[in-house]
Design a binder for this molecule. Sequence first.
Ligand code: GAR
Length: 320
Amino acid sequence: MAERARVAILISGRGSNMAALIYAARADDCPYEIALVSGDKADVPGLQLAHAEGAPILALDAKLLGASYWNTLQDALDAARIDTIALAGFMRIIPAEFVARWAGKMVNIHPSLLPLHPGLRSHEAVLAAGETTTGATVHLVSDEVDSGAILGQVKVAVLPGDTPDTLATRVLIAEHQLYPRLLAEFVSRPLTASWIEQRIDELASHLPEVGRKTSHGSPGWSVGSGKTPKLFAILADHHHGEEAIGLLVKASGPDEMGGLIEAHPDVYYWPKYYGAGGWLAIKLNRRDVDWDHVAEWLERSWRACAPPRLTKLMSITEEF
Ligand code: GAR
């Protein structure tokens, strides 16, 4: 199995969703491990439980720390080499800077079918609105409270006579099912060929005159609008039994390729068959891919393959 994602859970209280994630992570095939539990209150039952269950914890008191709270938390997340943050009943407004730092890597669970009933007191709002169905939502965290892209939901029936408490109890059971499953899906996504292909497509689309072309069945990107657009990038998905999903780009030659592969064997490899043609492979089914670096390689490879009229155009635009 691929290396597990390192997840930090942030809580503010009871931590029953946190417990669901901790127990789910005990399965041998769970794609994440709980590498840190922290939050904004030092003395909450959730932290005690996490500690008793052997999860690394960091007790922080946001009130006491004041302005230094978010930096202290960020340092701890860095030290624990966290890939993904899972908010689980974390009740503090998160500053935009922190949200931006974790964009696409921080998820939350909310006890309603978002976009319905965001914010506090969702169950009261559901009952007041006379809903017959409610549920829970796992979503990416964005700047606005409870409004990031939805990763998944589960429905829960509202029963006659339900109170906010009885409803909360049943929704919580549904939350405990939903969160571990969706977190597993979410952390597995960046290691899949379809997700990687989409990401490269996005980056490649910023370059002029880029089209799609397959190379012996592998997805590829070409430059040039003429009859023979030239391939400048190929996605090799476990090609000929290789264990990597790699992006093949044009390097300057075997010397550069050999040097890079020797210096960074976890990032680069010599692709079967294509290597001889000057294609260098960048391994992308890793959790620590530097996508700016991939974008640089795409541009470089594009330049190496683009017709002079396009590269000239690019140099002129760069001067301005
Ligand atoms: C959960 O119901 C969670 O969905 C909710 O707080 C509760 C925390 O319980 N979160 C929000 O309302 C976020 N806007 P827990 O501490 O037992 O997991």
